[in-house]
Write a protein that binds this ligand. Structure first.
Ligand SMILES: Cc1cc2nc3c(=O)[nH]c(=O)nc-3n(C[C@H](O)[C@H](O)[C@H](O)COP(=O)(O)OP(=O)(O)OC[C@H]3O[C@@H](n4cnc5c(N)ncnc54)[C@H](O)[C@@H]3O)c2cc1C
Length: 512
């Protein structure tokens, strides 16, 4: 006799938890099965050295959708809110930024920055309206899809004629040319270029880096640090889901999604079979299709599309336990509570990206740094500190493979390059850990160690995310759904895919 549920969610990443919570709130009996010992997927806080812990995947919160949190009634206590961004210079002439202003640049650049952010916000605003809606199916002929498409067209039209034209033109463009045309400060250009490409396989000169910049803006903007790190967000979502009646089982990897007579009927685990007519996968699309269901259950064109899904990560994560905060000329100790960027120029970001196209690591990587221990003493012993860094770029498929030597080389290169801006950093290191995309894949179960579970490019965006035929969270197999970062609108700790997936499932039930 197997246990039967209204829905089974595979994976307790933050999106799986959101989806499960919303289904339970609607009265469904929901089971969440998570492979790892903790909930949260890549939004997790864990120890990495004696007495030190870190947000081991995602480390800053800037995209979590208020609507998701409101729907679930979850509030996340923050240790730092609206953290400033500081683009570090080796000479000490840093640039300080928030969402509207840049300080430390010429008056002309300061004004151009404010104008650029307003201009970007116009288009991000249009995209923001699409975040919490499943994309309509193209050419389905259904009344619902036609209405949704008309609404999308109306949102676009509301931009006004000039902005609408600009938007359609710029979505395929690169951010590099736009920055070059607007600004003189290399540091300012480097900071925006880095934000535009973080987590993707694009350099600032790649077509499409404009859309990734807008995606970043449209999902949020204000950077914050939750008390207890990103794991606290996941814990709060899990706690709420359980309060709503969801059963969460950790340490329970799903070995297979069971298909019978052309439809999903449950999942198999080492602890036995769990039955449900609905299985919602928070795992990435490739893992779901090839690892859990099996390609034989899908039509060959669909299988080919999923096979070709681009999902090779380029971000490595560096965690450093420090004896003290480094000293950076021109920076006050409290400035370490901000988000620090090390990217000398847009060209430096492009040059850092170039090698990964050929399976090599950047010799001059670029970085986003946070020092969570500055505002939250739960991360390190008194007087000590933690540095958490996104290091770009490191290819998933490194030529020759990620041997221990290759990992140690990139680890050393990252610390060496950082020391050009954070002098004597290495003297302060008590312990450090580097996670390559291969390590991220192994730890978090995300194919390719990819931030978005699949590249965020125009060919994998909105109507065709993750692939045509599955862009409405529903897979072409009765009863199977996706709810993770691989679906619209994409990755980041947003909760949007989980929310949208739950809406689709509930709407489908209502219409039956
Ligand atoms: C290095 C790195 C840094 C990042 N930094 C940031 C950041 O600072 N801010 C930000 O907003 N975003 C950041 N991101 C992106 C963000 O972490 C992800 O987009 C987000 O966590 C995806 O959430 P998810 O719930 O969709 O999937 P995941 O977090 O990947 O969760 C999926 C879950 O499914 C589980 N699972 C998979 N297969 C099975 C199975 N067979 N059985 C049971 N369980 C299974 C996994 O164990 C996992 O818990 C970063 C990503 C990376 C890789």
């Amino acid at each position: 006799m197997t246990e039967r549920y209204d829905a089974i969610v595979v994976g307790a990443g933050h999106n799986g938890l959101v989806c499960a919570g919303l289904l339970a709130k609607a009265g469904k009996k929901v089971l969440v099965l998570e492979a790892r010992a903790e909930v949260g997927g890549a939004a997790v806080t864990r120890p990495f050295a004696d007495g030190f812990s870190v947000s081991a995947g995602a480390h800053l919160l800037h995209q979590l959708q208020p609507r998701v949190m409101k729907a679930l009634g979850v509030r996340i206590p923050l240790k730092s809110e609206r953290m400033p961004t500081i683009a570090l210079s080796q000479s000490g002439d840093h640039v300080f930024m928030d969402e509207q202003t840049a300080v430390g640049v010429s008056d002309q650049d300061a004004q151009a920055f404010t104008e650029f952010m307003e201009w970007s916000d116009t288009f991000a605003g249009f995209l923001n309206k699409q975040l919490m809606k499943p994309p309509p199916r193209l050419g389905s002929g259904s009344f619902n899809d036609t209405i949704k498409l008309a609404r999308l067209g109306l949102d676009l039209r509301m931009l006004g004629k000039a902005d609408m034209r600009d938007f359609l033109q710029l979505i395929g463009q690169n951010i590099y040319d736009e920055l070059d045309a607007r600004f003189e400060s290399d540091l300012l250009k480097g900071a925006i270029a880095l934000d535009a490409v973080t987590g993707t396989h694009t350099g600032p000169r790649s077509p499409g880096s404009m859309i990734t910049w807008l995606y970043r803006l449209c999902t949020g903007g204000h950077v914050s640090q939750p008390a207890g790190g990103l794991g606290a967000v996941s814990d709060a979502l899990a706690e709420r889901a359980e309060a709503l009646g969801v059963t969460i089982r950790t340490d329970t990897p799903v070995e297979g999604i069971v298909v019978d007579n052309g439809r999903v009927v449950g999942v198999d685990t080492a602890a036995g079979r769990f039955s449900s007519w609905k299985v919602i996968s928070n795992a990435d699309p490739k893992t779901t299709v090839f690892g859990l269901v099996g390609a034989r259950h899908f039509e060959s064109t669909f299988v080919r599309r999923v096979h070709h899904l681009r999902s090779k990560g380029n971000v490595a994560k560096l965690h450093v336990a420090l004896d003290a905060l480094p000293e950076i000329s021109g920076l006050r100790p409290e400035d370490f509570g901000g988000r620090l960027l090390v990217a000398a120029s847009a060209e430096a970001v492009e040059r850092a990206f170039n090698p990964v196209k050929y399976g090599r690591c950047s010799s001059q990587p670029v970085f986003e740094l946070s020092f969570p221990s500055v505002s939250d003493d739960s991360f390190a012993p008194a007087g000590k500190h933690v540095m958490s860094a996104l290091v770009q770029f490191a290819p998933y498929d490194l030529a020759g493979g990620w041997s221990d030597v290759a990992r140690a080389d990139f680890h050393d290169a990252a610390l060496r390059v950082l020391e050009e801006t954070l002098p004597r950093l290495r003297d302060l290191v008590l312990h450090s850990e580097l996670l390559t995309p291969v390590d991220l894949e192994a730890e978090f179960g995300m194919s390719g160690g990819h931030w978005h579970h699949g590249e965020l490019g125009l060919d994998q965006f909105m109507f065709v995310r993750p692939v045509a035929g599955a862009a409405q969270y529903r897979m072409p197999l009765e009863g199977l759904y996706l709810c993770g970062a691989g679906t619209h609108p994409g990755g980041g700790v947003t909760g949007a895919p989980g929310y949208n997936a739950a809406q689709v499932i509930l709407e489908r039930e209502r219409s039956r």
